[in-house]
Design a protein around this ligand. Structure first.
Ligand code: GLC
Length: 428
């Protein structure tokens, strides 16, 4: 990152914090008392990362059929979360009305709300009480609701049931050591020739922040403490990072995994290159349509001494402060985030719904036996730092974690440098 970007981000973040401190509850448009009016009906846009599930457009077609004068066009951004964030920020900085409803990654709420790039939403219009608590928390900034959850996300361990069974491994592993031991057995099978043991997402982008935080948290460490203060230069965090660097060195994780985003890992798992794979729930439905259909299952992420913990992921829908036709935008968000439609997204694309009740529904559990595991994973998931300068925080993590994974720095040095960079990023 250039000094210019840091200075700009710092100044903007400071401005955001200042506004919040002055008692503004955010929002824009006509709502001076923190309650923007959602007026205007007509065509709008929905802006999200590329839809690898192919289920969004059919849902928009349903909306468009019922609302011919308020049609929604789908603008698909790159799959990479950082690239989505950059494009959305660019749009906001030019005050463009090109983007109406934004599908925000759960980690961007504070940044977008503090800068007043998104409007504060009328909470009474949405059934927030029916949604899982930690999921709802991701859509709040300073108590106000700035977005509505459309899908949650919890990291899970996908594994090859056929191979584990054949190798005499009765249960999926709950620790990293058990996972490598299981791989040693599976790799002796002729059909596992050339397979790697494990991969997550280790390219230098948001997915690496997720995977790094999961490794650290799963070894008893933290990235930031409960009050948001960086606390990553610890022996526990070191054990987490050492698991990843050690696994890359000894071949447990294939070298090419440092180029993996979600879709690369999914392809590798589906084409039989991996025995174990860390990914999000959306992979389940797609893998069931692939060559490994019926040959895999899902377990909680493993950790150092017992089950690990996932980073909390997911997406929330927000209204761009600079958009037109905000009455339509609000109705569209209500439609997309309804219990009925998030159920459809679960049934057709195995997206994790925000609604608590869907995880306990017997028909859904029959289709997706992992739902109780996922619910636990989301409820126990560790949020990534909830800070306004999130962009600076995540680039620091990506920078240092990547340096350690590629052997450019030792884990100890990388964590020391990360602690320093995080302190600087959050010191506003
Ligand atoms: C998924 C998660 C999101 C996360 C991203 C990282 O889209 O829902 O929260 O930031 O993956 O690649």
């Amino acid at each position: 990152m250039t000094t210019r970007t840091i200075t700009r981000a710092t100044a903007l973040a400071a401005a955001g914090l200042l506004l919040a401190a002055c008692g503004s509850s955010g929002g824009s448009g006509s709502g001076q008392a923190g309650a923007p009016s959602f007026e205007g009906r007509g065509p709008i846009t929905f802006v999200a990362g590329k839809d690898s599930t192919g289920t969004v457009q059919p849902m928009l077609d349903r909306w468009n059929k019922a609302h011919p004068k308020e049609k929604v066009s789908f603008i698909q951004l790159p799959t990479d979360a950082d690239a989505q964030r950059r494009q959305m920020i660019q749009n906001a900085e030019t005050k463009s009305d090109a983007y109406t409803v934004l599908s925000l990654d759960v980690v961007w709420t504070s940044e977008f709300a503090a800068h007043q790039w998104i409007d504060k939403l009328p909470e009474d219009r949405f059934p927030m009480g029916k949604m899982l608590k930690p999921v709802v928390e991701t859509s709040r900034y300073r108590g106000g609701l700035y977005a509505v959850p459309s899908s949650s996300d919890g990291g899970m361990l996908y594994y090859r049931t056929d191979l584990l069974k054949k190798a005499g491994v009765a249960e999926p592993p709950s620790t990293w050591a058990e996972m490598t031991a299981a791989c040693a057995k599976v790799r002796k099978l002729p059909e596992a020739k050339g397979m790697s043991c494990y991969a997550g997402q280790f390219q230098k982008y948001e997915g690496l922040t997720v995977n790094f935080a999961e490794a650290v948290n799963s070894a008893g460490g933290t990235v930031t403490d409960a009050s948001g203060k960086p606390d990553v230069d610890t022996p526990e965090a070191r054990k987490g990072l050492d698991f990843l660097t050690g696994a890359l060195k000894d071949g447990t994780i294939p070298k090419k995994a440092v180029t993996f985003q979600e879709e690369d890992g999914r392809q590798a798992f589906q084409s039989g290159e991996l025995i174990f794979h860390r990914n999000w729930p959306y992979v389940y439905a797609l893998a069931q349509k692939s060559g490994i259909k019926g040959k895999f299952a899902v377990a909680p992420l493993p950790g150092l001494d017992g089950p690990g913990s996932s980073s909390l992921g997911g997406h929330n829908m927000a209204v761009s402060a600079y958009a037109e036709n905000k009455a339509t935008a609000l109705d569209f968000i209500k439609f997309m985030t309804s219990e009925e439609n998030t159920r459809t997204f679960l049934e057709s694309a195995s997206l994790a719904p925000p609604y608590a009740s869907l995880y306990d529904d017997p028909a859904l559990i029959e289709q997706y036996p992992y739902l109780p595991v996922l619910k636990e994973s989301i409820l126990r998931a560790v949020p990534r730092p909830r800070v306004v300068p999130y962009g600076d925080v995540t680039s620091a993590v990506q920078q240092e974690a990547y340096a350690a994974l590629t052997g450019e720095k030792g884990s100890e040095q990388a964590l020391k440098d990360l602690q320093k960079a995080l302190r600087k990023a959050v010191a506003q």
